[in-house]
Design a protein around this ligand. Structure first.
Ligand SMILES: [Zn+2]
Length: 454
């Protein structure tokens, strides 16, 4: 349900009134006015019992915009085609590579636009795209060497969510072994040519250009140091896949005599702007190192369970002060509520005890933690922050009966289908569960994915 005040169209009204809004505490506040100026919140006023006639009414529970900290948009084409196979991460990767080899800038754009539209409909207002598919077949650069990254920038703008393009350096198949097969499309040849290419990409109001080291498997320490220096010089977020697999840890120790996180720290990569993606098999001393550095960890529970990767040391990281965030990664599932719920549920299975994380901690990872990792001044409903917010229905068949003033309603009852309204930078992108573009993202996904697998 979506109602507006009388006399003005919803898009013209810069004031919303939320029945309940989560402002970061143990419970949500009742009757919260959200005033917007430009693309930022000008005022957040709780305890207002009745909406003014100018306000757009948001029935249900309003949250800060949700952040998808780790995405490979093209993996969306694997959903329902990869899950039924046996094997491990490594056998799954073969199928993913065959998909990567089929993409060109046009297909990449259409697939990403529909995938990002699915994300916005699910309540995500920002995505961190870990982008490594840079070049054409055989590794030959396109006429515009950033044609593939540009396709993602356009896709996000059209879908209406913020993009942090984590342009990824990828140089090797394994320590000392050059790229092989489709990996040629990922490689710039050296960190220097990677930096030269990515430096040509300009940020805009909807786009942060960040950096990524694919992994210690794919980037030697000296090159990782160059990427880290480039990121630090431009105050950009830096991400890396870290300890997703025990095999990756073993190979790293064999090659460098140190864990992946230690290798990255030695390269100067691990600081407050750094996010370790996955962190599933971090050692105890890695967790302490990440906590001391001020860095974060982006867990991807629905992908990690799909691939049989394992369960990360969530409680240990939270205790060490690591900023946690969440990502849908391979998009086996695109549902930020399921992702937050999975963080806790998986930790329960590992700990064999309940209540490892509180609902505000889980929502904090899904909102503020992710926005910080992606370099956006969002993730909390407070004056001065970017005006990104999401309202979920609290009277749906899934959410009815849960306390609408409790963050637990979002974490333990809601799903993506309960998202009613999504506002990004003060602009309504989703209203009554319908994207403003009015397109059929499902049909777009079916068309482009069908073409890719033909
Ligand atoms: Zn990934």
């Amino acid at each position: 349900m979506y109602r507006t005040g009388t006399g003005r169209a919803a898009t013209e009204v810069p004031v919303w009134w939320a029945e309940h809004a989560w402002l970061g505490g143990a419970t949500a506040a009742a009757g919260v006015v959200l005033e917007v100026k430009g693309d930022r919140l000008a005022a957040v006023i709780p305890g207002v019992s009745k909406a003014s006639s100018q306000a757009t009414v948001l029935p249900g529970l309003t949250l800060p915009g949700l952040a998808n900290g780790h995405s490979h948009a093209f993996h969306r084409a694997l959903r329902g085609r990869a899950q039924d196979r046996s094997g491990t991460f490594w056998s799954w990767r073969e199928l993913m590579y065959s998909l990567a080899d089929r993409l060109d800038p046009d297909a990449y754009h259409r697939l990403a636009r529909a995938t990002y539209t699915e994300m916005v409909l699910a309540g995500y207002t920002a995505v961190g795209e870990f982008h490594y598919l840079h070049h054409g077949p055989g590794g030959h650069p396109y006429a515009d060497p950033n044609a593939m990254g540009g396709a993602l920038v356009a896709a996000a703008a059209e879908a209406g969510l913020r993009l942090t393009l984590l342009d990824t350096c990828y140089l090797e198949a394994a320590p000392g072994a050059g790229p092989d097969g489709v990996q040629m499309r990922f490689s710039d040849g050296s960190a220097g040519t990677w930096a030269e290419r990515v430096s040509r990409m300009a940020p805009d109001a909807n786009t942060v250009i960040g950096a990524a080291v694919h992994s210690v498997r794919a980037v030697p320490p000296a090159a990782a140091a160059e990427v880290a220096a480039w990121a630090r010089a431009g105050h950009r977020p830096l991400h890396a896949h870290v300890s997703e697999q025990p095999q990756e840890n073993d190979e790293c120790v064999a090659a460098y005599g140190a864990t992946p996180l230690e290798v990255l720290a030695g390269a100067g990569a691990v600081d407050g702007a750094f996010t370790a993606v996955h962190g599933t098999h971090l050692s105890r001393s890695d967790v302490a190192l990440l906590g001391r550095s001020g860095g974060g960890c982006c867990l991807c529970p629905t992908t990690e369970r799909d691939l049989g990767d394992g369960i990360g040391p969530v409680a240990e990281m939270a205790a060490a002060g690591v900023t946690l965030s969440l990502g849908s990664d391979s998009h086996a599932v695109v549902d930020p509520f399921e992702e937050a719920r999975a963080l806790e549920m998986d930790a329960r299975l590992a700990a064999r005890s309940r209540g490892v994380m509180t609902p505000p901690q889980l929502l904090g990872a899904a909102t503020q933690g992710g926005m910080a990792a992606l370099g956006w001044d969002a993730g909390r409903l407070e004056a001065g922050r970017l005006a990104d917010f999401v309202t979920i229905r609290t009277a749906s068949v899934r959410t009815a009966g849960a306390d609408p003033a409790s963050p637990a309603a979002a974490v333990f009852a809601a799903g993506a289908a309960d998202v009613d309204t999504v506002v990004v930078g003060g602009r309504t992108v989703v209203q009554a569960g319908v994207h403003r573009n009015g397109g059929d993202a499902g049909a777009e996904l079916a068309a482009v994915i069908g073409e890719l697998w033909r």
